[in-house]
Design a protein. Structure first.
Length: 146
């Protein structure tokens, strides 16, 4: 069944909240859908800003749009300083990816994740989906920072 984009986003946020709750974190949500973050995650007294997106597999890749759009032609391209992590829900795989903002390049419109190696075996600058499935990295980030 084809779901409305807002419903797809709601499902992605719900799955993200459940995942962080399973990790023992508290989750705070935005009221109003006006900011550049969707959730604030608190673990051990440390806070992280999270933006949640939803997408599908397209051939051998998954694309994370780095743009926020809205009514009346509103468009904004996310910057690395807007949040600490993207969580990308891949609906067709029912998987959550944890993507640190440090992976992004400012002014990029999309970040592409491959499901498998490229036919030309290129690996430099390539993001593999499997490398972003481990949420333990989030917990390690919290314990290694002040």
């Amino acid at each position: 069944m084809k779901l409305h984009k807002k419903m797809q986003g709601t499902i992605a946020v719900a799955k993200t909240i459940a995942k962080f709750n399973e990790l023992g974190c508290s989750v705070f949500t935005e009221f109003g859908d006006l900011s550049r973050i969707d959730l604030i995650i608190e673990c051990d007294g440390k806070l992280r800003r999270v933006q949640v997106k939803s997408t599908d597999v397209d051939g051998e890749v998954v694309r994370l749009s780095l743009k926020k759009t809205g009514p009346n032609g509103y468009s904004y391209t996310y910057k690395t300083t807007d949040f600490d992590y993207f969580v990308l829900y891949v609906r067709t795989l029912d998987k959550l990816l944890l993507v640190p903002s440090s992976v992004l390049k400012d002014n990029a419109n999309v970040l592409v994740f491959r499901l498998s190696k490229a036919k030309n075996n290129q690996t430099k600058g390539v993001h593999f989906l499997a490398d972003y499935e481990n949420f333990d990295l989030f917990l390690r980030d919290l314990t290694s920072s002040s």
